[in-house]
Design a protein around this ligand. Structure first.
Ligand SMILES: [Fe+2]
Ligand SMILES: [Fe+2]
Length: 161
């Protein structure tokens, strides 16, 4: 049986893309770190769009929304996360031309560590409230059609690296 919560695997994929960015930073390969970050951003935006355009309307209409599972909360977090990514892009670009990048790199890693907590908090909440509710309120046929729509899209990562 297919489940909407099968889509949670994207959270894991996203973590891996972000880790590639951080590994490149650790090796002072800032151009490469930027490329990985751009792929991460593109995949993240796509995942958020799937959630916002395809899943949230169903959730809003049919789910019994619990405390901690409110739509506004999810949307605010998406916005906050994307604002962080914008900042990371700026900072990574700066590092490319930096003669002594150590200080800027530490600052960036500190901020990214905060971001990772934010993002993991968000993922956990979706895991606990959003996806289980969607599994509950959709029929088998709906599940199949939703998953087909979302999974049919190619991975940005494969296309760009
Ligand atoms: Fe999300
Ligand atoms: Fe998500």
């Amino acid at each position: 049986m297919k489940l909407i919560s099968d889509l949670l695997k994207f959270h894991h994929d996203l973590d891996l893309y972000f880790q590639r960015h951080q590994f490149a930073l650790l090796h002072f390969r800032f151009g490469e770190a930027l490329e990985h970050l751009l792929v991460y951003e593109r995949e993240l935006r796509r995942h958020m769009r799937d959630e916002e355009d395809i899943l949230m309307p169903i959730y809003a209409e049919r789910a019994e929304i619990q405390r901690g599972g409110g739509i506004k909360l999810f949307l605010d977090e998406h916005e906050k996360m994307l604002a962080h990514i914008d900042l990371f892009k700026e900072q990574t670009i700066k590092l490319v031309d930096e003669e002594s990048p150590e200080e800027g790199l530490i600052l960036l890693l500190d901020r990214e560590s905060f971001y990772k907590r934010l993002s993991s908090h968000h993922d956990h909440r979706e895991h606990d409230y959003f996806f289980p509710a969607l599994d509950k309120i959709t029929t088998e046929a709906e599940k199949v059609s939703i998953l087909d729509r979302i999974q049919a899209r190619p991975s940005a990562y494969e296309n760009s690296v």
